[in-house]
Design a protein. Structure first.
Ligand code: HEC
Length: 131
């Protein structure tokens, strides 16, 4: 009798785990089988944006050529017309561009990994340096 009472908690524990783990496993299998790859990866998933998409969404308003773009205006005043537009500049490098995008620079705001992911950071830096 004593033995039964001593092992009762263990028995109950095993019974509870034994029962609960099976439906959970089944649920996981059915989730995997039923998951629709098209829905799981929406087209606007930030992970799949191209350099051009990132630039248009996050950089172009300030950095496009021409009047009305504050960064172009400021950089032109500071470094001259040939350095006013960042797209295609050959005097910048990947590490510098990525550092500025993450950290910001004076009037330029920093971009968080929730806005531009780490892999997108590489993509946008490559895009900026490409003529
Ligand atoms: C809200 C406006 C704004 C946005 C948006 C913005 N920038 Fe800037 N950026 C600036 C300004 C202003 C400067 C110039 C800062 C200074 O030196 O006075 C600058 C400077 C830079 C520089 C340094 C250029 C140099 O000659 O040293 C880089 C690189 C840069 N931006 C990249 C980007 C990229 C890439 C994006 C998009 C992910 C971006 N910026 C978005 C305003 C912006």
């Amino acid at each position: 009798m004593n033995r039964v009472i001593r092992f009762l908690p263990l028995t109950l524990l095993l019974a509870v785990y034994g029962c609960s783990s099976e439906p959970e496993d089944q649920a996981m299998v059915s989730r995997t089988v039923n998951s629709d790859p098209v829905r799981a990866e929406p087209v606007d998933d930030p992970a799949v944006r191209s350099g051009e998409q990132i630039y248009k969404r996050h950089c172009q308003a300030c950095h496009d050529p021409g009047a009305g773009h504050p960064a172009t205006l400021l950089l032109g005043q500071k470094y001259g017309a040939e350095k006013a537009v960042i797209k295609g500049r050959q005097d910048l490098n990947l590490v510098y561009v990525k550092t500025i995008v993450r950290g910001g620079l004076l009037e330029m705001p920093p971009f968080r990994p929730t806005e531009i992911t780490d892999s997108e950071l590489d993509i946008i830096a490559e895009f900026i340096l490409t003529p």
